[in-house]
Design a protein around this ligand. Sequence first.
Ligand SMILES: Cc1ncc(COP(=O)(O)O)c(C=O)c1O
Length: 445
Amino acid sequence: MLSPSEINENQKKYMIKSWSTQGGYNPKVIVSAKGSYFTDSDGKDYLDFSSQLMCSNLGHSHPDIIEGIKKQTEKLCYVHAGFGTEPVAELSKLVAEITPGDLSKTFFSSSGCEANEAALKAARFYTGGHKIISRYRSYHGGTFGAVAITGDPRRWYTEPMQMPGVIFAPDAYCYRCPFSLKYPECGLQCAEYVDYMIEYEGGAQGKVAAVVTEPIVGSNGIIVPPDGYFKRLREICDKWGVLMIDDEVMAGFGRTGKWFAINHWDVVPDIMTMAKGITGAHIPLGATVLSKKIADHFDENLFCHGHTYVSHPLPCAAGVAAINAYKKHDVIENAAKMGKILGKRLMELKEDHKCVGDVRGKGVFWGVEPVKNRETKEPFARVHQKFQASTINKMLGEAMKKGVYIIHVINTIIVAPPCTTNEEEIEKGCDVLDEVLKIGDKEVK
Ligand SMILES: Cc1ncc(COP(=O)(O)O)c(C=O)c1O
């Protein structure tokens, strides 16, 4: 067995950490996790107030999922996707049942980026168009296609090699409206502009394959679109015969108090992608769900895509156990209920702290955006400073010392406890946030 210092040393010496210069890497060693808490090698417990990377929706080490994985390992760990297995059959049916409209056939992969890669190919194969409209404030994954449709700085580092044909639309971000307009007088310019883009990108000649959006933007700011945005986007897509791809990798599986965030606006996408919460992050799994018309297209046309681990029985068994756990333990209802309490408490923090510019979210998916000045909305970190430390790191470093893990991305603190959280945990996490926001208050001009 490795000692904590050996774990730390081995990882520093032999492992490459994602999205980082490697020099300062010094991992805290985590030895166990249960429910909303994880424990380090000194025995200190941390409240997980961001569900790791907004993925441990069912809390850590959920007994139902552990049991589901265990049982499957005893029967069968792997055969390739050409064969039929019980977990794959069960999970594909469950996914068809919980997704809206006629989303009905699923391609199973191993991650969110792979789910999006498959969605991009399916959209291009189906429409024959190649252009993809995404948005600036977005993240869709680290592989070449997924990062090409990513608006945030993680894309800049692979330019210009990644997938061509991607154009970025304005964000539906009312706090910092790209058109400097106010909802509802704005007439949803952020959606209307997509109509203009499609026209001038050759929509009439079928050049545009899809519009891809996160229903609530995740790591780029927990941005909730104004009501009517997705309905209008759906109309625009239908007008041009452009597909709507809904990336639910972070916002899906109860995170916003519904199975999928797009359900808040009763809009049915043509393709939905998911990962993270589909197994509560107990084991990697990604999924790309196609509507009937797209799925039917591939009855006669080649779906030219795949991986060794497509429809892997083990993660699919975890997916079955997870979906059953969401249902059996009323996890989604809990996320909606706890979300109201969490949202109220965060709004109070906004009242009490001058450094809080905006608070927004749904369910247990909230963003706290710090600013140095409420009038000018000057952020603590701008987009090009994504990989640099700011005062927000100081605040959240302090929270960690106080036993609460919360992450931020660029200028947004992401408050996203597991969907299984309770009032006591919300109080504890918000009390610590209340303390550490004082560090930000000192820098307010
Ligand atoms: C909205 C969204 N899409 C896709 C991804 C990529 O998922 P993965 O990291 O599993 O490849 C993420 C990851 O955070 C995400 O938030």
